[in-house]
Design a protein around this ligand. Structure first.
Ligand code: AMP
Length: 210
């Protein structure tokens, strides 16, 4: 299964990618997580990424295309993968199309804007392993501590209200057109995001396996 997950920020891409990764036993390639790790490690890629992420803007296409091509060439991607956060622009989708990677399906998770803002403002992320939580909808067993690795939970720098607005504007201008792009190629599967994470996973699996 070579899968792309589309959807606005906060629609539950990362959470559903985690569930699908377990279900299909394939890795999730989260470009946001790769960039945040590079920022934390102070790498040259991290230095470039920080300039854009902190304004709610996208990292340039040529940089992202290189990052993803290199990651997909690694051994663990041979039997399939889930792309979470790539492609995010038509140029990125065209680069993927032109490569020798054959995508099986593109999943769009549909969630209303009002819900998205509520979800992003309550979101927490593990600083150590990147797992995602929510102050109301996905609480960890112990407050402030990651269930998976025991790392500390923090609010992402780009989940501040003023940056959320800019991220949504960037999404509608640059990523939403990908829905048509993949619909025209017959790859698009749609799932309506539910209140509950497990219910969304059920709807997502039904859409993928229909
Ligand atoms: P995410 O964790 O997917 O919400 O990504 C966080 C941020 O990383 C985005 O708001 C962008 O600034 C940047 N980013 C992640 N993936 C991409 C991409 N494919 N193209 C450009 N910027 C990206």
């Amino acid at each position: 299964m070579k899968l792309i997950i589309l959807a606005a920020p906060g629609a539950g891409k990362g959470t559903q990618a985690e569930a699908l990764s377990k279900h299909y036993d394939i890795p999730t390639i989260s470009t946001g997580a790769i960039l945040r790790k590079n920022i934390a490690d102070g790498t040259p890629l991290g230095e470039i990424a920080a300039k854009y992420i902190n304004d709610g803007k996208f990292i340039p296409d040529d940089v992202m295309i290189d990052v993803v091509k290199n990651r997909l060439a690694e051994n663990d991607c041979k039997n399939g993968f889930i792309l979470d956060g790539f492609p995010r622009t038509i140029a990125q989708a065209e680069a993927l199309d032109a490569s020798d990677v054959e995508i099986d399906a593109v999943l769009n998770i549909e969630v209303d804007d009002s819900k998205i803002i509520e979800r992003l403002s309550g979101r927490l992320e593990c600083k150590a392993c990147g797992s995602s939580y929510h102050k109301q909808h996905k609480k960890p067993a112990v407050e402030g501590v990651c269930d998976n690795c025991g790392g500390p939970l923090t609010t992402r720098a780009d989940d501040k209200p003023e940056i959320i607005k800019s991220r949504l504007e960037t999404y509608y201008a640059q990523t939403e057109p990908l829905i048509n792009f993949y619909e025209q190629r017959g790859l698009l599967k749609k799932a309506v995001g539910q209140e509950n994470i497990a219910d969304t996973t059920k709807v997502v699996l039904e859409a993928l396996e229909a």
